[in-house]
Design a protein around this ligand. Structure first.
Ligand code: FES
Length: 257
């Protein structure tokens, strides 16, 4: 049971344990009482576990916290991101710190945008039987099977676009009976697309040109000649974008841009 009076996080607020409803969960087979509004990650920490691996951003972005669990009377092995999935009564939890999958090594500078390159590096892509298990398990709601189909059709742009939100958690691999490393294949498609297919961004081109300009170089030289105290002053007096700024926000002083 939680210590009486100990503060816990409930739905983003700090509250006393007496206000939080505690529910039982099982971690590696051991029963713990945890506040029902915690995520799996916070519940594990509440139960006394410390993350050394299998935890990164805590915001559903890095893909480090893939977790498998079961619920009572339910045969399915369920999966989720520990930092995003809220605990449920009698959940049986465990951690999978890393989901191993075949990752072919390649020299990216020697690759071209020809889909044959992906086929050679990942011939297992043709083992896909279109069962769609990878899509069903994806915590980011990516149409993984469709992205893999796009790779098979040689449509790298579609594969890259469909998988843009992939966080490389590897859960797709955990369900694949064709033993495909979907997340690595889709990542290669995105790399090829970003590097060799996507049209160059005009604003980026302009920003690079601006960075090379005399005005920008002078500002950089000035910074490089500043000592640590001056650098701190410059940094602390900078104009900061407000937290709730709208999309059109621009700094009032932009002559250095
Ligand atoms: S810790 Fe980064 S996705 Fe969960």
């Amino acid at each position: 049971m939680a210590e009486k009076g100990k503060k816990v996080t409930v739905g983003g607020k700090k509250t006393g344990t007496e206000e939080a409803k505690l529910i039982p969960v099982y971690v590696m087979g051991k029963r713990y009482m945890v506040p029902e509004t915690l995520t799996i990650m916070k519940a594990l920490e509440y139960a006394g576990y410390q993350f050394i691996r299998g935890c990164g951003c805590r915001g559903g972005i890095c893909g480090a916290c893939a977790t498998v669990y079961r619920k009572p009377g339910d045969y399915h092995i369920r999966v989720g991101l520990a930092c995003q999935t809220v605990v449920e009564p009698d959940m049986y939890l465990t951690q999978i710190p890393f989901y191993p999958a075949n990752r072919t090594s390649y020299d990216f500078s020697k690759l071209t945008a020809n889909p044959e390159e992906i086929f050679k590096l990942y011939p297992e892509v043709f083992r896909c039987i279109a069962c769609n298990s990878c899509t069903k398990v994806c915590p980011m709601d990516i149409q993984v099977m469709d992205a893999i189909s796009a790779v098979k059709q040689g449509n790298i742009e579609r594969a890259a676009t469909l998988s843009f939100s992939c966080i490389q958690c590897g859960l797709c691999v955990s369900r694949c009976m064709g033993e495909l490393p979907q997340y690595h294949i889709m990542q290669l498609a995105r790399r090829i697309y970003g590097s060799m297919i996507a049209p160059r961004a005009q604003h980026l081109k302009e920003a690079v040109e601006a960075a090379k300009s005399e005005k920008c170089q002078q500002a950089l030289q000035k910074l490089m000649k500043s000592d640590i105290k001056q650098l701190r002053e410059i940094y602390q007096s900078r104009e900061i974008e407000p937290e709730m700024a709208d999309e059109d926000w621009k700094p009032s002083k932009s002559d250095y841009l």
